[in-house]
Design a protein around this ligand. Sequence first.
Ligand SMILES: [Zn+2]
Length: 141
Amino acid sequence: MTRDPDCIFCRIVKGEVPCYKLYEDEQVLAFLDVGPLSRGHSLIIPKAHYRTLAEMPDDLAAACGRVAPRLCRAIMAATGKSASNLLQNNGRIAHQAVEHVHFHIIPKYDAESGLGIHWPAGKLDEDEAKPLVEAITSAMS
Ligand SMILES: [Zn+2]
């Protein structure tokens, strides 16, 4: 399994650093975030070290994805809340603090708690959309 000895999440997987474990299987580990945005803020990580989502093998991403709804239901049941955000950041500029891919589940208690989002939506231009669809779909093969 790919590991980085300097990576805090790899050290958690290896058992060198403790965590508040919520779930574990052969490929995936989930635990409470130690810097929570709200009560119940949790992380799902692959046990193997990959920096970003784009670098992850598809089957490992699927293994993480399979855990997400079950963990989310459990967090909602435990907190008594029904709103949450699933967040995954890639790269420093996108607020990725630990360079080991991870998925946040962040319960939302009210407008002030949990994840705050700056969402400066533009308008999709048709002249831009068509070549973009072509570029992305051809790159997915
Ligand atoms: Zn790692």
